[in-house]
Each structure stands twice: as C-alpha cells, then as structure tokens.
Design a binder for this molecule. Structure first.
Ligand SMILES: O=P(O)(O)OC[C@H]1O[C@H](OP(=O)(O)OP(=O)(O)O)[C@H](O)[C@@H]1O
Ligand code: HPA
Ligand SMILES: [Mg+2]
Length: 179
C-alpha cells in the first residue's frame, strides 16, 4: 500500500501542532487548569497519544466512543454515543481530537454534545481532513494534513478494524475493498 505520510512526516506535523496548541493556550492553562483533550475512540487513540506528548502545557485526556461506520467504508450517517467522558468539562478549555474529519457527521454530533457540558472553549484537532467529503458544515481548528477523497489506513485508522497499528498513513487500494 502506497505511503501517503511517513512516520517522520507525521511526527514533524504532530510536533508543529503541539507547539501551536501550546502557544495558543499558554495564557489559559496551568497545572490547576489543564486543557482537556477528548479523543474519539478508536481511531484517534494513536494521534491523541502523540499529540498529548507534543503539547508542552498542562493537559489531561479523556475518551468518547461513538459508532457510525461499523465495518462499512461509507458512513451510515447515524452516530450513536457508546461511551461518554469520565470527568466533567464545565469551564474547561477542551479540544476534541480525531484521526480524520470526513463527512463531519461524527464531529458535528460530538461538538453539539460537548457544548451541552458548557466548556470554557471547544476546538477541534484532526490528524487528517477530507474536505471534499463533507456532508455537514464543520471545520477543524488544527489540521495535520488535508487529503483528497481517498480511503486511508494506518496511524489509528482502520479498514474493517485492521491496519490501525501501521505507523505511517497509507492509501487503501480501491481494488482491495471487500477483501
Ligand atoms: O467525518 P465522519 O464521516 O463522521 O468520519 C470520521 C470518523 O469515522 C471514523 O471512525 P469510525 O466511526 O469508523 O470508528 P473508529 O474510530 O473506531 O475507526 C474516524 O475515526 C472518525 O471518527
Ligand atoms: O479514509 C478513512 N480511513 C479510515 N477510516 C475512515 N473514516 C472516515 N474516513 C476514513
Ligand atoms: Mg473514529
């Protein structure tokens, strides 16, 4: 499978995002007021692990889980919350962390849900953005890479739950779909 972004390219981009986030929130955070990263399981787990360590200011992390894609490559459009946050986020500076922003259905659902908790602020960080595929209007505040409408795997992203552990981001060949 063709490598789209190497491990090294991803690491450099994650470092840049961490630097940017650290600068943006420097005035807002200290050990008493850490920023909160909320990862969307399972895809975002690996990006979140790297991003949290590239952020030089105090941060905590939590996870939510939703279901929408299942084993299909195309979103069913219905997003359902399977696991909520463990700790309250009211009054906190929150960043939702995703591996990929595609149709936008997952993040627009989660953004609405998180806003109900009244965070001090809510932003979105995504490793990949596929703007061509958007079905609902939503943009990320921090984007690793913008990509065309191609299915990708690796760095947390799966095809039928496989390939999440591949350290770089690769194109999943169209002809392999269904195998
Ligand atoms: O913008 P969207 O069209 O909603 O697509 C993006 C979402 O789809 C994928 O997750 P998926 O639901 O497949 O679960 P996973 O994270 O466990 O792989 C991906 O990790 C994002 O969470
Ligand atoms: O390109 C993708 N790869 C893996 N999971 C995804 N979920 C939305 N788009 C993708
Ligand atoms: Mg996901």
């Amino acid at each position: 499978m063709e490598v789209l972004f190497s491990q090294e390219a991803i690491a450099a981009r994650v470092k840049a995002l961490g630097d940017q986030i650290s600068a943006d929130y420097a005035a807002e955070s200290d050990s008493q007021h850490p920023i909160v990263l909320i990862g969307v399981l399972k895809g975002a787990a690996i990006f979140l692990a790297d991003l949290a360590r590239s952020i030089q200011i105090s941060n905590t992390f939590d996870f939510v889980a939703v279901s929408s894609y299942g084993r299909a490559r195309v979103s069913s459009g219905a997003v359902k919350l399977i696991k909520d946050i463990d700790n309250p986020i009211e009054g906190k500076h929150v960043i939702l962390v995703e591996d990929i922003l595609d149709t936008g259905l997952t993040l627009s659902y989660l953004r609405g849900l998180m806003l109900q908790h009244k965070p001090a602020s809510l932003k979105i960080a995504t490793c990949l953005d596929k703007p061509e595929r958007r079905l609902v209007p939503i943009e990320a505040d921090y984007v690793g890479f913008s990509i065309p409408n191609q299915f990708v795997i690796g760095y947390g992203m799966d095809y039928a739950e496989i390939y999440r552990n591949i350290p770089d981001i690769r194109l999943y060949p169209e002809e392999a779909v269904g195998h």
